[in-house]
Every structure is written in structure tokens, then in C-alpha cells.
Design a protein around this ligand. Structure first.
Ligand SMILES: Nc1ncnc2c1ncn2[C@@H]1O[C@H](COP(=O)(O)OP(=O)(O)O)[C@@H](O)[C@H]1O
Ligand SMILES: [Mg+2]
Length: 250
């Protein structure tokens, strides 16, 4: 089992979009039993997969935070999606209380332990992270095998990436490998072209209406525009992630 975190200190950079689309390719292309774990109450990762993330009646009251406070089995909260091999662990507003909970329970590796418990059911767990730098992100770093950092293309991309990398390194030692990804790349724009040229080795996802459409159709790009350039870029990124995971584990 491997855990991939999609993380940035910033909001609006494409984390949730990447998380949902990469989870889709993990399940559909790599045929991995995959769990998309939404750690951002405001994020909507489930929405992008067409899952109604409100708790069903029988689990009402057992909100996302209770997974953490009582070390109960998160499996009870997991939802199936329309896609084979792809499940969702939704967030809700209670997740906002997580930061203080993590601190008060004093368990530095609670999230890592919970993901470990899920390894019998899943081969890939993908975290859609909130844009925070606190105990939640520190827990994420202790649980993740690989951290993907989406960066809007700008002359400051490399600097922005270094800042995240420094924070990650400070929050857990040893820290997981970190992969920067240029998100929303628009080659018609000068500054974007410059960012691309300055970082030729970084994977890039184009700015594309097909990607925006995910939120309208509540589907990953691969489900409705599988041959679009954006779908190909997302699929290539997932393949690169699988390669990195294989290298890290060998
Ligand atoms: N490659 C892309 N092309 C076009 N729009 C994108 C792309 N990636 C993300 N977006 C849009 O940008 C907005 C923010 O994306 P989101 O994934 O919610 O970011 P985050 O999770 O980092 O806050 C959304 O409206 C999303 O549809
Ligand atoms: Mg988000």
C-alpha cells in the first residue's frame, strides 16, 4: 500500500482537481484498489466523483472527526463511487476540529496508523489536503509515501516549491519525497512559458476547460474526455507517480 498526498499551503492551486483525477487513474488504469481520502471539509473531492458526501442516516453523528478521536474503523464511513476499485472517505465540517484534536491526543502518527490499518483493503490511498500548515499537514507528511505539490506557473514557482519543501522537511524526518507539478499551464502566456522552460523536468497539467468541466459534470476528465490533452497529461502524471512509488519501495 502506498499513500500519495496532494498538498500545498495555498488554496485554489488545483489540489482537489488533481486528487480526484489521479485517484480515478489509479483505479481505472493501474487497477489499484484506491481510496480517495478527503481531508478538506471545504474541498469537494467527493463532489468531483459524483458522490453525495453527506453522512447516510445510520452513520449520522459519526462524522469524520470521530475516526481520529476514537481510533475507530474508518471503513464504516467509506463510500463506493461509480468507478470500480475507487472508494471515497468523505470529509465534513467536523474535520476543522482535527488540528486541535491531533494536538490534544498527542499521537504524532495517528493518521499514519489509520492508513496502515486500511492497507488490507487498499493499494493506493490519496489524500486531498487542506491548504494548512499545522498538525494536520504534519500528520499527512508522517503518513505519506509521496507528496505532490501543484504549483500555478509563475517565475516564483521554484521559490514557492522550495518553501513547501522546507516546511515538509521541517514537519517530519525523514520526510517523504516531494514532486512539484505545474498546474493550470497556459503556454499562450509568457510567464507560463518561462516557468515551463525554467523547470523542464516537472510534470505539467494544461489549463483546460475539460478540467474545469469536472466540477460541472461531477466526473473526472478521463470519464468524459479521455482523449483530451488534459486527460493525457493527468494520466501521464499518474504513471510517473507509480514509477516513483515503485522506485521508492525497491
Ligand atoms: N488544469 C486546470 N485547468 C482549468 N481549471 C483548473 C485546472 N485545475 C484546477 N482548475 C480549477 O481551479 C479551481 C481550483 O481548483 P481546486 O482543485 O479546487 O484547487 P485547490 O484544491 O488547491 O483549492 C477550480 O475551479 C478548478 O476547476
Ligand atoms: Mg481543495
Amino acid at each position: 500500500m502506498a499513500v500519495v498526498a496532494i498538498y500545498s499551503i495555498k488554496g485554489g492551486v488545483g489540489k482537489t482537481t488533481l486528487a480526484a483525477n489521479l485517484a480515478y487513474y489509479s483505479a481505472m488504469i493501474s487497477c489499484r484498489r484506491t481510496l480517495l481520502w478527503d481531508l478538506d471539509a471545504a474541498g469537494g473531492a467527493g463532489f468531483l466523483l459524483g458522490v453525495d458526501a453527506r453522512p447516510p442516516k445510520k452513520t449520522a453523528g459519526k462524522r469524520a472527526e470521530s475516526i481520529f478521536s476514537r481510533e475507530q474503523d474508518p471503513a464504516k464511513l467509506i463510500r463506493k463511487t461509480a468507478y470500480p476499485n475507487l472508494d471515497l472517505l468523505p470529509a465534513d465540517e467536523s474535520i476543522r476540529a482535527l488540528d486541535s484534536q491531533f494536538a490534544s491526543i498527542g499521537k504524532r502518527k495517528r493518521l499514519a496508523k489509520l492508513t496502515g490499518n486500511l492497507s488490507k483493503d487498499y493499494e493506493r490511498i490519496i489524500f486531498d489536503c487542506p491548504p494548512v500548515l499545522n498538525e494536520i499537514s504534519a500528520q499527512v507528511m508522517r503518513a505519506a509515501d509521496l507528496v505532490i505539490v501543484p504549483l500555478p506557473p509563475s517565475p516564483l514557482s521554484a521559490r514557492a516549491f522550495e518553501l513547501v519543501a522546507e516546511e515538509v522537511a521541517a514537519s517530519s524526518r525523514p520526510h517523504p519525497p516531494i514532486l512539484p507539478v505545474l498546474s493550470m499551464l497556459d503556454m499562450r502566456r509568457n510567464l507560463h512559458r518561462q516557468a515551463r522552460e525554467a523547470n523542464p523536468g516537472w510534470p505539467a497539467i494544461p489549463l483546460a476547460s475539460a478540467v474545469e468541466q469536472c466540477a460541472v459534470r461531477q466526473q473526472p476528465v478521463g470519464a468524459f474526455a479521455p482523449r483530451s490533452p488534459a486527460a493525457r497529461a493527468l494520466q501521464q502524471l499518474w504513471t510517473a507517480i507509480e514509477r516513483k512509488l515503485a522506485k521508492a519501495k525497491s
